[in-house]
Ligand binder design. Structure first.
Ligand code: SF4
Length: 151
């Protein structure tokens, strides 16, 4: 069998397996990748607009999730035009901090993207921001990329 035929056979087998995996919505070997069945682990379907790369962040991806992506707005992805969950992720992730957001400084009003809490920054040490929650008066600490500067 020629190398080209073997390569085509292998490609067909891989494509067939991928199709079977995609069609099977109930069982996946790793719970981490249940999103490949287009469902969340609780059984809710994911929006069909979302790409197959949408799921829990891969292990080699640190500090990235929808809640600190520039396309995320209140459980909605403006890139894919679809509802998303804040702890999920896709390969189109773009940091809210390293893009159009102005840098955060002492005294700024901020909103924690994940929780929606609002407060004022009292200090910044490297990427850790201490800020006072307006509602509770408590001092909280957040990573810089998890805060959104308010006007
Ligand atoms: S583009 Fe951003 S908000 Fe949209 S699914 Fe991907 S990581 Fe989540």
């Amino acid at each position: 069998m020629s190398r080209r035929i073997r390569r085509n056979n292998l490609k067909n087998i891989v494509q067939q397996k991928a199709r079977q995996t995609f069609q099977n919505t109930d069982s996946f070997p790793e719970p981490r990748f249940e999103y490949q069945g287009r469902k969340y682990p609780d059984g809710q379907p994911t929006d069909p607009n979302l790409p197959t790369a949408y799921g829990l962040p891969p292990q080699d991806v640190e500090n990235q999730a929808c809640h600190n992506c520039k396309f995320y707005n209140n459980n909605y992805c403006t890139f894919w035009n679809a509802p998303v969950r804040h702890e999920y992720w896709c390969a189109k992730w773009k940091s809210i901090y390293y893009t159009a957001r102005p840098s955060i400084e002492q005294g700024d009003s901020v909103r924690e993207v994940k929780s929606g809490r609002v407060g004022n920054v009292i200090s910044i040490v490297r990427n850790q921001v201490s800020w006072v929650d307006n509602q509770t008066g408590k001092i909280l600490t957040s990573h810089l990329i998890d805060l959104h500067k308010l006007n």
